[in-house]
Write a protein that binds this ligand. Structure first.
Ligand code: SF4
Length: 452
């Protein structure tokens, strides 16, 4: 058995889910099920069974009595134990059938029944070229997005605090061998940026860097604790692979999410892109993050050299079956001074189809309209929001440093005014949690219709 097969979450026939009332109760329940040798997997709680940020435990029907017994014996606080067959249904009746092929009609009918799409169905959707079918695909994704995560955009902000990296990924503009100005932000400077974000009302800060061993777990934990203690913000770490015992320490310190992208779920392609990495280790680390009780962010690039539609089908299935909470698909963009600098960028339309199919297949998750898609074309962030995406990440690295953190060239430094423009073009809402008064004091104009 390949290690990926072992982690495939689709091995459970007739699945049930246990939904607990909190993350800590969920982790306790998982520990009890592991001890009792009950096969289980952590997944984003499906729509209809709990909130979008929560995690459910999937297990086989045969163990329902045993799981109920464990929850009773240990006094676990649970929301319930449910068969996954009683899944949420989607009303796609507003999609105009005229001009759609029988095959697409059949797939749409299965989507509205919330059936699990197979490889051929996912491939059909990704290969759509006909304009009417393309619009129907995006419309289906938009309906499911509205049902799952509503109208407002989740606005997060990334502080790229170090561009030192020990690795040499072939596509990356901050890879080890690239000659460039390197920087590291001090704890004080990082906290200064966090303070600004807190005043704007941002609820989730993303601390991102290359794989930089200068920032030991101890240093990272100190920063996490200060942010949690002073601001109580949600924290996403995006600092690459770490020693596996560190994920539990990060969780204890207060980390909520960890972004470790797989980039491609195809082993051979992964190895071509990542000369220093091992595919199985990346999968294992992704699993360790989930098992530590941290929500996993993953995703991949569209239009990589050597990538086929079948690879993209694998990517979608990997994200679904691995139970990822936040899935970022964006176009591959070449970076100057890297082995891939002369390669063509990923295609916008295919990138939008990937977002739409990811929403249809994975449903109750966060899908960013990525900085990469906004860099490919300034209109594209709004188009991604209309194709199933619901999240924007602001670039909140200090202005004097951000040009030195370009994983790809000509990066769009998505700031608040760019995000507001995208939200407006997509006809969506800004989140209520923003401090609109303070944002306007900073000189940003917020059209009234964007406030929920
Ligand atoms: S993709 Fe990440 S790990 Fe790879 S070189 Fe770039 S910053 Fe380093």
């Amino acid at each position: 058995m390949r290690i990926l097969d072992k982690f495939n979450l689709n091995t459970i026939d007739r699945p049930y889910i246990l939904v607990c009332s909190s993350n800590s109760q969920m982790l306790f329940a998982k520990e009890l099920m592991d001890k009792a040798k009950i096969e289980n997997q952590l997944i984003p709680t499906p729509k209809g069974f709990g909130g979008v940020c929560t995690t459910a435990i999937k297990f086989p029907e045969d163990h329902t009595q045993e799981v109920a017994g464990l929850t009773a014996t240990y006094g676990l606080e649970i929301e319930g134990i449910y068969p996954m067959t009683s899944r949420y249904k989607y009303d796609l009746s507003t999609i105009e059938a005229k001009g759609l092929s029988d095959r697409l009609m059949e797939i749409l009918s299965r989507i509205s029944e919330n059936a699990e799409l197979d490889r051929d169905e996912i491939k059909y959707l990704l290969e759509i070229e006909d304009e009417t079918e393309y619009k129907a695909l995006l419309q289906a994704a938009d309906i499911i997005r509205r049902e799952c995560v509503g109208q407002h955009i989740e606005l997060r902000a990334a502080i790229e605090f170090s561009n030192y990296c020990s690795k040499n990924c072939n596509y990356c503009g901050v890879r080890r061998d690239k000659k460039m100005t390197r920087y590291r932000m001090s704890e004080e400077d990082i906290l200064g940026e966090v303070d600004l974000l807190n005043r704007i009302g941002i609820k989730t800060v993303i601390l991102q860097s290359g794989e930089d061993s200068y920032y030991t777990a101890e240093k990272i934990i100190k920063i996490i604790k200060k942010i949690k203690g002073k601001y109580g913000m949600q924290i996403t770490l995006s600092i690459g692979e770490r020693n596996n015992n560190e994920f539990a320490l990060f969780r204890e310190a207060g980390v909520n999410n960890y972004l470790l992208k797989i980039e491609t779920a195809n082993r051979e392609l992964f190895q071509q892109l990542h000369p220093d990495d091992d595919f199985e280790l990346r999968v294992a680390q992704s699993r360790q993050i989930k098992d530590a009780g941290i929500r996993l962010g993953s995703g991949g690039m569209v239009g990589l050299p050597g990538q086929t539609i079948d690879h993209l089908v694998e990517d979608i299935i990997f994200q679904r079956d691995f139970g990822v909470h936040m899935i970022g698909f964006g176009p591959f963009l070449p970076a100057k001074g890297t082995p891939y600098e002369a390669m063509p960028p990923g295609d916008l339309r295919l990138s939008l189809k990937m977002i739409a199919v990811a929403r249809i297949v994975c449903q109750h998750v966060f899908l960013p309209a990525t900085t990469a898609i906004a860099s490919l074309n300034p209109e594209a962030q709004a188009l991604a929001l209309m194709a199933g995406a619901n999240t924007i990440m602001l670039v909140s690295t200090p202005k004097e440093l951000r040009n030195n953190y370009q994983i790809y060239s000509n990066k769009n430094m998505v700031d608040l005014s760019f995000a507001i423009k995208s939200v407006q073009e997509a006809g969506r809402k800004l989140p209520k949690y923003l401090n609109f008064k303070y944002i306007e004091e900073l000189g940003y104009k917020i059209p009234k219709e964007l406030i929920e």
